[in-house]
Design a protein around this ligand. Structure first.
Ligand code: ATP
Ligand code: MG
Length: 424
């Protein structure tokens, strides 16, 4: 069933939280209204507020043209002026103010050939993707106005396109992934027509740029229900299109369900759990192909390599254990391994040993001030060279093992293990 655009809106009273964000947004709307324009809060912030969630940003839609918006507010940035968007800075907070827009024909499955400005808010709502994203809010009457059936869909917990799903996905293929992303994030069902439409044209997602896919995929991974996202990607047949290298999805869903139960947001960890079966280097390749930032790529690779070391933890000498435990991503490596032990990938004894050592060794035990450094070596007459690092590492190992505790001991150890060239 595709959603109608109602002639008269369903109205629902809603007192928005008294936050600076909404206060500033209401002030912007008031300025526009005083000048005789229509203006509303729109989109995600209203959807989230109706659901009792905290909104992180707040968009405004108006029939004022961009140049009028620029003239009315002292601090503006023309962030997307050809699409009618001006950023207004109010109390240093940024608000995207967009002129009511009716999109022209979509020729390439990605973006409209042209956009034209409109006097009617319903034109603007018609171009938006999902009913839950088509809600507007009038601050002066404290009312949500619903022309798209979004309120009922929030109530029923359903994701549905505004208008015919096939037509809307034909205009912009990315909307398929957005529908899945919102269903996952909010833990909603996909409406059956929307679901079937995605299944029937899923391969067309290939026509969308990898950067746009990444944005949606990343939000899905960062959300509270990546396992559900993966399940829906599989059911809608989008999964092989966007992650063709994934060796299988069922085990990954189980691992991510475990992650969801932790109620943390940790993108690197979620990606590592998704991609364990691919192995570190293939996982890095996938995350790179999806255009994640370099830091994320490296961290995912590190997690997937280091949990393999953790599997062998019991066999490591004490110095190697301490070096392992003091690495920056240790807490994520431990969480990853803790989850993987329930999936028979890491022995639980190894996880327990790591936990025990972490509780017995504080930072000073893991990274004690070095008894021997390069300057000391020079003072004792050693000539700087390639062997320096080897000597320093060996001395630190001895220190971490507890076999060297004083400067005198170091000096003796040095003389017997690394005699000076002119001593030999
Ligand atoms: P989030 O909290 O994830 O940012 P959001 O609803 O603000 O959620 P955005 O991607 O920031 O989502 O988009 C803002 C609004 O613009 C959406 O609510 C929707 O109305 C509209 N929109 C965004 N992308 C599309 C698209 N591809 N097709 C149609 N409408 C879109
Ligand atoms: Mg947004």
């Amino acid at each position: 069933m595709s959603a109608p655009l109602y002639d008269t809106p369903v109205r629902q009273r809603l007192a928005l939280p008294q936050t600076e964000l909404f206060q500033c947004a209401a002030d912007i709307v008031e300025v526009l209204r005083r000048e005789g324009y229509d203006a509303f809060l729109v989109g995600g912030s209203i959807r989230d507020s109706v659901m009792g969630k905290t909104a992180k940003d707040c968009d405004i839609t108006t029939n004022a043209r961009p140049e009028h918006v620029q003239a009315l507010f002292p601090r503006t940035v023309p962030v997307g002026i050809e699409f009618g968007t001006v950023m207004v800075l109010q109390n240093d907070l940024p608000f995207e103010v967009t002129t009511f827009r009716a999109d022209g024909r979509y020729e390439d499955g990605r973006r409209p050939e042209s956009v034209s400005f409109s006097e009617h808010v319903t034109d603007d709502l018609e171009r938006r993707d999902l009913t839950i994203n088509g809600l507007i809010y009038a601050p002066e009457s404290e009312e949500v106005l619903d022309y798209t059936g979004g309120l009922a869909d929030i109530e029923r917990r359903v994701i549905r396109t505004i208008g015919s799903p096939l037509a809307r996905f034909g205009e912009d293929r990315l909307r398929m992934l957005r529908a899945v992303r919102f269903a996952a994030r909010l833990n909603f069902q996909l409406d059956s027509d929307t679901f079937e439409a995605i299944r029937s044209v899923a391969p067309n997602i290939q026509e969308v740029s990898i950067e746009r896919i990444q944005q949606e995929f990343q939000k899905m991974v960062q959300g509270a229900h990546p396992a559900r996202g993966l399940q829906l990607l599989h059911e809608t047949r989008l999964l092989p299109e966007i992650l063709p290298e994934l060796p299988g999805h069922e085990a990954a869903i189980h691992r991510l369900l475990h992650y969801e139960a932790l109620e943390v947001t940790n993108e690197t960890l979620a990606l590592a759990l998704l991609l364990v079966d691919a192995g570190a280097s293939q996982a890095e390749h996938m995350v790179r192909r999806l255009r994640f930032p370099n830091e994320t790529i490296t961290q995912v690779g590190t997690l997937l390599k280091q949990y393999l070391t953790l599997k062998q933890y019991m066999e490591l000498p004490m110095a190697a254990r301490k070096r392992f435990l003091r690495q920056p991503l240790m807490s994520d490596i431990l969480t990853l391994s803790t989850i993987l032990q329930y999936h028979d990938r890491v022995p639980c004894e190894a996880v327990r040993a790591v936990q025990a050592d972490l509780s017995q060794w504080d930072q000073a035990a893991l990274s004690p001030t070095r008894l021997l450094d390069g300057n000391q070596l020079k003072q004792w007459g050693y000539r700087p060279g390639p062997q320096f690092k080897e000597i320093l590492d060996a001395a630190e190992d001895e220190q971490l093992e507890g076999r060297l505790c004083t400067s005198d001991e170091v000096q003796h150890w040095l003389a017997s293990h690394y005699p000076k060239e002119n001593d030999t």
